[in-house]
Design a binder for this molecule. Structure first.
Ligand code: ADP
Ligand code: ASP
Ligand code: MG
Length: 442
């Protein structure tokens, strides 16, 4: 069994969906195909939710009508044959009617999540209708019947395994399954999701529980690059990445992978291949347990970071101090990314500001608290045990006139992280690009 995930652009037009159908029917090997929403859809659904939240019902209805029009046109070229087209129209009508009905319900988180789920429900149903119109045997597995997160928003892998294996066993002769990325049920049995970009995570969770041979993430670029191609002036593709390198890059902002994608695959030791839907023959990037020896592999950046500094001459050296600080973050379920300490202070970063005011309030019991938002973590990833001298110097030299707010070194041999003001992000990424990498053929 292989798991193949296709992202928003890969299913972004009827032609692209036809192409995906070609790719998944090329071999008879058993496959589970995970689809994202058609590109742009989830953004529009977010806008619809925002309009409803601010009581702009007319605006929400306008966005729904526009999106429905887009799907009508999409469906006309996706499904050319009469009865298939009728089926497509029925799918669209059902989902858009339920969206329109939602606008008159009182708005809350549950309603918002239900709205956000429509994109993946639509793309998978339309894609399955197309495959059936081509006489391709296929089963649509409803993700809401097996994908589930617990009260801490963590995927419940035992539940997922049991439910999914049972569903698969009901179709012993089926070679092709399709399912929705991103969406799941939560511990209250309500519709929820795995956060933006979560279809990658769905694919790796499925791959891990079914013991897939390979997890393929098909997207609009030929693999993981050494730097963010949207920011760096030039970048190059990386052939092979270790799980550890890929996990750090995904977690610290390489958008090609949802932050948590790598760990389920790594735990089950299932290789992950990043492939380009527009250039299916290209080799892509292979992520596996093979350790790489390069000191520097790639750089990624994560925005929206808040730095918190606690200054306390009284408490820091007392044992138990760090525990008390961490307990506050634990109480508010706020993960800490970077941390540095000195004799009189501790600096740390968070990316979730939901409980910032409460955290700040409780930290004041220990001393003076300074908070700086709008920061970016720049993370240099590679295989850089401390014995390999010179790596840190190379990085710092490349950005010697950019103010570094924090520096985290030694936490793992796979990563060196810097905290900078977000205004310096683009310059930092470009300078690192030119100074710490050797471009192929140079
Ligand atoms: P999909 O819709 O297929 O999930 P995404 O937009 O989520 O695709 O991810 C692919 C995009 O990630 C690329 O188009 C690219 O702009 C961006 N990206 C950011 N950093 C990297 C990187 N280091 N390597 C490759 N792509 C990256
Ligand atoms: N459709 C969702 C999003 O746009 C999930 C995904 O594409 O992975 O965030
Ligand atoms: Mg994505």
């Amino acid at each position: 069994m292989k798991v193949l995930k296709f992202g928003g652009t890969s299913v972004g037009s009827p032609e692209r969906m036809h192409r995906v159908a070609e790719l998944v029917t090329q071999s008879a090997e058993p496959k589970i195909v995970v689809l994202s929403a058609v590109s742009g859809t989830t953004n529009t659904l977010v806008q619809i939710g925002k309009a409803l939240q601010t009581q702009q019902t007319d605006e929400a209805n306008r966005l729904i009508t526009e999106l429905r029009q887009h799907y009508n046109t999409f469906c006309q070229s996706l499904l050319s044959e009469g009865s298939a087209q009728q089926e497509g129209e029925a799918i669209i009508a059902a989902h858009f009617e339920s969206l329109s009905n939602i606008t008159s319900e009182p708005f809350g988180t549950d309603v918002e999540k239900e709205i956000l789920a429509q994109g993946e429900l639509l793309s998978t149903k339309l894609f399955t209708a197309y495959l059936k119109s081509q006489d391709t045997p296929v089963i649509l597995l409803p993700a809401l019947e097996f994908m589930r997160i617990d009260a801490n928003q963590e995927p419940n892998e035992d539940f997922i395994r049991e439910k999914l294996m049972r569903l698969l066993s009901q179709h012993p002769n089926t070679k092709l399954f399709v399912t929705q990325g991103y969406i799941c049920l939560n511990s209250q049995n309500r519709i929820d999701n795995l956060q933006r970009g979560g279809s990658d995570y769905t694919a790796s969770l499925i791959g891990a529980v079914v013991g897939a041979k390979e997890i393929q993430i098909w997207t609009d670029i030929d693999g993981m690059h050494n730097n963010d191609p949207r920011i760096a002036d030039r970048t190059f593709r990386i052939d092979n990445l270790s799980f550890n390198e890929a996990a750090e890059l995904a977690y610290f902002g390489a958008k090609i992978l949802h932050p948590f994608t790598v760990r389920p695959a790594q735990r089950a030791n299932i290789p992950v291949r990043l492939l380009n839907t527009m250039d299916a023959q290209a080799p892509g990037t292979l992520i596996s347990d093979q350790q790489q020896d390069r000191p520097i592999t790639a750089v990624a950046a994560k925005d929206g970071i808040t730095a918190i500094k606690i200054k306390s001459s009284r408490m820091l050296l007392a044992y138990g101090f760090l525990r008390k600080v961490f307990e506050i973050f634990e109480k508010y379920q706020t993960p800490i990314d970077l941390i540095t300490t000195s004799e009189v202070g501790i600096s740390l970063t968070i990316d979730n500001q939901q409980y910032l005011a409460d955290i700040q309030q409780e930290l004041r019991a220990f001393g003076e608290v300074e908070v700086d938002s709008n920061h970016t973590i720049v993370c240099v990833v590679g295989n850089m045990p401390f014995q390999k001298v010179g790596v840190l110097k190379k990085i710092v030299d490349a950005i010697d006139d950019i103010p570094i707010r924090m520096l985290s070194y030694g936490g793992s041999k796979f990563n060196i992280s810097l905290l900078i003001d977000s205004q310096f992000k683009n310059e930092t990424l470009n300078r690192l690009n030119e100074h710490i990498f050797t471009f192929p053929n140079e």
